[in-house]
Design a protein around this ligand. Structure first.
Ligand code: SF4
Length: 284
């Protein structure tokens, strides 16, 4: 069986198990076509159940970008042990915040306690620097915050070079559960430029689709709330406060359909922006 949704993403149901249905999907991206499989839960599931597979889609799309960049002589220069980018403000979609809380709550108690201490110390430092209340206003906003308002907050945070509360000995302590935004930042410029992303000519790999944005929009649709992104230092606290919302369930196929529609819409906007950009370059 092959179905095509209104955005042109095709699904092909090829295999079923009692709790999962496997679909082949094809997605056109600016870096080429991605053909992959999705295992869709057949029952009613919480929003967190679509986080791993949506992140994987994002990583597979990013691999196409990486491949394209490498083919043009610009290989990724990021290396293990380099955590220069872990001083930037990381935004999480609500589904990712819920997932992170699930992940942390299944860790041994002493790890949870250490994470709690790190987060408390991080908040105290951010409060002392006058940035915490600005992050709280982002997490609690009941309206989408435009980029012009977010930009000065991002800059104020980055000016502190405040290490992520999950960074331990310059290594990510939640590597397998790290947010999509962390997975999406790869550079091709020399690593020593990364100590100053603002003034140095750092060259990131283009990101065709931000998975945090996709998951945030899916959550806004199914929960009928404003699209929001939550600053990482506040994500666990935010997820605890909204536990009741995290417990809601939807048909797995419905969530996947919403996610693919949103993914394609965001990709289409990127294509349109790219086409306009090329048109502008042609005119200049
Ligand atoms: S979550 Fe991990 S990868 Fe992301 S900023 Fe924090 S330490 Fe770095």
């Amino acid at each position: 069986m092959q179905l095509t949704n209104r955005w042109g993403v095709f699904y092909d149901a090829s295999m079923t198990t009692p709790s999962l249905e496997r679909f082949n999907i094809g997605v056109n991206t600016p870096a080429g076509r991605l053909n992959t499989v999705l295992d869709v839960p057949t029952g009613f599931v919480p929003i967190t159940s679509i986080v791993p597979l949506t992140r994987r889609l994002g990583e597979e799309i990013l691999k196409l970008e990486e491949h394209q960049s490498r083919s043009s002589g610009r290989a990724v220069s990021c290396r293990m042990g380099c955590a220069a980018c872990c001083r930037m403000l990381v935004p999480l979609s609500p589904p990712e915040a819920f997932s992170l809380l699930e992940y942390v709550e299944q860790l041994p108690e002493e790890r949870q306690a250490a994470i709690g201490r790190n987060l408390a110390a991080s908040k105290a430092e951010l409060a002392a620097q006058g940035v915490l209340h600005r992050l709280e206003s982002v997490a609690d906003a009941e309206r989408p915050i435009p980029d012009e308002e977010l930009e000065p907050i991002n800059r104020a945070y980055y000016a502190l070079r405040h290490p992520c509360p999950f960074l331990e000995n310059e290594m990510c302590s939640i590597y397998e559960a790290r947010p999509a935004a962390c997975r999406e930042l790869l550079v091709t410029s020399p690593a020593d430029l990364c100590h100053n992303f603002v003034d140095n000519p750092v060259e990131p790999i283009p990101v065709s689709v931000r998975i945090g944005t996709v998951l945030g929009l899916v959550w806004a649709t199914v929960s009928e709330s404003a699209p929001r992104l939550i600053p990482l230092p506040l994500a666990l606290e935010w997820a605890r406060t909204h536990r009741a919302a995290a417990a809601k369930r939807w048909a797995g196929a419905h969530l996947i359909d919403r996610m693919l529609d949103t993914l394609w819409r965001v990709l289409s906007q990127g294509f349109e922006t790219g086409a306009r950009g090329e048109g502008r370059e042609a005119r200049d």
